[in-house]
Design a protein around this ligand. Structure first.
Ligand code: F6P
Length: 325
């Protein structure tokens, strides 16, 4: 394989640049060229690709975002859009494609690969960490560190003012960010989409917590079954009238910023392995990590199966909830 295409797709995540760098450098080192395509599948449809050189990827390992840009392309969902995208890949001479993104991006990759018999490799890039077949996705570690830093700050002011804070973190379908930032920040409750939220019990637990301390933090995943932090505050407002209940929505700050060392190392390893796999003739797989080791799973299972936050960690949050002395 002499030339491959590269996109970042879906929500950006810190570490994507480190991964782009690893793909480009490791490909060039073995004589393979990389066409970097702007704005994911949308740029592929619109013919916005360019051959990448070393200087394109110098000084980017520490940068958040993605130098290639990203998008969620509606046009790529149509057969017509994919036909245009493939025609451009052909014109550029790309014999394979590397996609850095989440399950939506992998679904697109899988369809493209089936329709045009194109070798495709996926690299998990999403702050949500919700992909089956890998312990970590690019950007997740940075996102939870960002969330923890913010929650620590909220705790300072919550405690000064004797307040209840519902802190909303990202994760419309998955509770990984909520659960792990909640544990790291010492939250009394974590509400995630994977577990039914019992509003009555929540109210009682909050009241119990506040017998033992001045403030409490409840971390809410934006996609919780009872709604986001504002919805939950509305659900409990009547029962907690005597308390000062506030909401903080962390939003997109979780998606930006310098990647942590963990994410840079992960991104670099995954980028390198993706090139290696493609050049060895492998296709239709996602490169991930299992413990310390690189692992490979079919794109099909990465798309179809779901990763769920650990039950043991949810039990731990409940056991550690503050009681009165
Ligand atoms: O998939 C990553 C993610 O950050 C989710 O946690 C969040 O719900 C979504 O993207 C937000 O996407 P957008 O920035 O397109 O609104």
């Amino acid at each position: 394989m002499k030339r491959v295409g590269l996109i970042t797709s879906g929500g950006d995540s810190p570490g994507m640049n480190a991964c782009i760098r690893a793909v480009v450098k490791s490909a060039i080192a073995v004589g393979c060229e990389v066409v970097g395509i702007e704005d994911g599948y949308q740029g592929m449809i619109e013919g916005r690709g360019k051959l990448m050189v070393y200087s394109d990827v110098t000084n980017i390992i520490q940068m958040g975002g993605t130098i290639l840009g990203t998008a969620r392309s509606k046009e790529f969902r149509t057969a017509e859009g994919r036909k245009k995208a493939h025609a451009n890949l052909k014109e550029w001479g790309c014999e394979g494609l590397i996609v850095i993104g989440g399950d939506g991006s992998f679904t697109g990759a899988q369809i493209l690969s089936e329709e045009f018999n194109l070798p495709v490799i996926g690299i998990p890039g999403t702050i949500d960490n919700d992909l089956y077949g890998t312990d970590h996705t690019i950007g997740y570690d940075t996102a939870i560190n960002t969330a923890v830093d913010a929650i620590d700050k909220i705790r300072d002011t919550a405690n000064s003012h004797r307040r209840i804070f519902f802190v909303e973190v990202m994760g419309r379908d998955a509770g990984f960010i909520a659960l792990n930032s909640g544990i790291a920040a010492g939250a009394d409750e974590v509400l995630i989409p994977e577990e039914w939220t019992d509003i009555k019990a929540l109210v009682e637990n909050v009241k119990t917590c506040l017998k033992g301390k001045r403030s409490t933090i409840i971390v809410v995943a934006e996609g919780d079954d009872a709604g986001g932090a504002n919805d939950i505050r509305n659900h409990v407002a009547k029962d907690l009238e005597d308390y000062d209940v506030r909401v903080a929505i962390l939003g997109h700050i979780q998606r930006g910023g310098k990647p942590t060392a963990f994410d840079r190392i992960l991104s670099t390893r995954l980028g390198y392995e993706a090139v290696d796999s493609l050049l060895k003739g492998e296709k239709g797989i996602m490169i991930g990590v299992n413990g310390e080791n690189i692992c490979k799973v079919s794109l099909e299972s990465a798309i179809k199966m779901h990763a769920s936050p650990s039950q043991e960690k949810m039990a731990l949050v409940k056991r550690l909830r503050t009681q009165s002395d």
